[in-house]
Design a protein around this ligand. Structure first.
Ligand code: XMP
Length: 485
């Protein structure tokens, strides 16, 4: 038996000492970060894979803001695949189902359609959606009166440059530029028109630099998986649907079966970006990274709705857990990034987590009250609130069984009093759109970097100096000796 006498610390136990700063304005700092060694995000924030936090609406909003949502796994494979697809369809390089016209239509009809839909061109298709030509306003502008039909005015298919559905924005840019084109119809293998890329779309995708997008301009999305028997199948289906990151998420990630699963996933899907967790020690982080994880999720028991520490006696205060995990990785010569998961109550905690060595943070309860979180708000004691539940709570266990069996009466089927929950169900205030909260968090982070004299998160990590504070220091840190409005 060992007793470690160096204190385990969490966010409220410390402050960061301000440093001389060359930064004059918050706009001079860069808050981008790495999620894995190959995937960067404009902001270092993920929404938690909890069924009261992240489904497709939250994931879409998170990626639009430059972060990432991790879809929870407490649904069937088909349902989770559908969620991934919804995020991937929300925005992209190509316009799906572009406006079309028949070759036999009159020029006047084509003009009227372009005006109605406010577009500068129409794809000409036959009755089977096969590409026949392209007609633009410019084609019609100077056409003589003898040109009466679209067939006469259009550029025919054999003169049109087309691309396949998996074209990247760089490839589209090159084709549009080298052929001096404005529009690229997207055609599948059978010759069916499935989309349209315009030069404006390419510019939009490339310039909306803060959104998290893939090479095709679609929003990034992560999805959680477990270690059970069907989970390799789930991983394959999610990747096939376009998930950009898989998060192997179990309560005690430093377990032989979790390490074995990381190895198997690494072997089966060598290209996939794979996050694994949760762990709270140097050895846990190192073992998962050595098994092949691309990022390590750290946090045993810091979450707002967690009772793991009370029920089991296990856990490590979160600031120490982050520092230990990072140290374990670096001492083993590994550059694997760390995700600090749980316990973030404010932008100050976010800054502290990053300064301690985390590259990103994962947030549950702060986002559970958002409009985009699953479930509708309810009124409790005159206040608008939303529900959050720990994924190891009794309510989540019942909900999970009901979802797996597609049966609402799961509550009656199981001897639920034998379950030992490690989480609670609670309510949080309704907080409006997640973009607002992200704005506050990122604003606080920018200020934090300027107090730390750091232009980037990496610089903050290199120079941060923490000071342990007393309970009097904690009291002094919040509003005090005033009556809050
Ligand atoms: P916050 O503090 O942001 O934490 O709400 C979110 C994280 O909490 C973890 N989580 C749990 N931990 N029992 C636990 O011990 C649970 O039932 C539970 N549910 C979620 C999870 O890591 C999440 O991201």
């Amino acid at each position: 038996m060992i007793i470690r006498t160096v204190k385990g610390l969490t966010f409220d136990d410390v402050l960061l000492a301000p440093r001389r700063s060359p930064i004059r304005s918050r706009s001079q700092v860069d808050v981008s970060t790495r999620l894995t060694n190959t995937l960067r995000l404009a902001i270092p924030i993920l929404s938690a894979n909890m069924d009261t936090v992240t489904e497709w609406r939250m994931a879409t909003a998170m990626a639009r803001a430059g972060g990432l949502g991790i879809l929870h796994r407490f649904m069937t494979i088909e349902q989770q695949v559908k969620q991934v697809t919804k995020v991937k369809r929300a925005q992209g390089l190509m316009v799906e189902n572009p406006y079309t016209v028949a070759a036999s239509a009159s020029v006047a009809e084509a003009e009227q359609l372009m005006t109605q839909h406010e577009v500068g061109g129409l794809i000409v298709v036959d009755g089977n959606k096969k590409l026949v030509g392209l007609v633009t306003r410019r084609d019609l502008l100077l056409a003589p009166d003898t040109v009466q039909t679209v067939a006469q005015a259009m550029t025919p298919a054999d003169h049109i440059v087309t691309v396949g559905p998996s074209v990247t924005s760089a490839e589209a840019r090159e084709l549009l530029y080298s052929h001096r084109l404005e529009k690229l119809p997207v055609v599948d293998r059978e010759g069916n028109v499935v989309g349209l890329i315009t030069s404006r779309d390419v510019v939009r995708v490339e310039h909306r630099s803060t959104a998290s997008v893939d090479a095709r301009g679609r929003l990034l999305v992560g999805a959680a998986i477990g270690v059970g028997p069907g989970e390799v199948k789930r991983a394959a289906a999610l990747l096939e649907a376009g998930a950009d990151v898989l998060v192997l998420d179990i309560a005690h990630g430093h377990a032989d079966h979790c390490i074995a699963m990381v190895r198997q996933l690494r072997h089966d899907f060598p290209e996939a970006q794979l996050v694994a967790g949760n762990v709270a020690t140097a050895e846990g982080a190192r073992d998962l990274a050595e098994a092949g994880a691309d990022a390590i999720k750290v946090g045993i028991g810091p979450g707002s709705i967690c009772t793991t520490r009370i029920v089991t006696g296990f856990g490590v205060p979160q600031l120490t857990a982050i520092m230990d995990a990072v140290r374990g990785l670096r001492e083993a010569g590994l550059t694997t990034p760390v995700i600090a998961d749980g316990g973030i109550k404010s932008s100050g905690d976010l800054v502290k987590a990053l300064a301690a060595g985390a590259d990103t943070v994962m947030i549950g309860s702060l986002f559970a009250g958002c409009e985009e979180a699953p479930g509708a708000p309810v009124i409790r004691d005159g206040q608008k609130v939303k529900v959050i539940r720990g994924m190891a709570s009794l309510g989540a266990a019942i909900g999970r069984r009901a979802a797996e069996q597609g049966d609402e009466s799961a509550e009656d089927q199981e001897d639920w009093d034998k379950v030992v929950p490690e989480g609670v169900e609670a309510v949080v205030p309704y907080r409006g759109e997640v973009a607002e909260i992200l704005h506050q968090l990122v604003g606080g982070l920018r200020s934090g970097l300027s107090y730390g004299g750091a232009h980037t998160i990496e610089e903050l990590q290199q120079t941060a100096e923490f000071i342990e504070i007393t309970s009097a220091g904690v009291r002094e840190s919040g509003p005090h000796d005033v009556r809050k409005l």
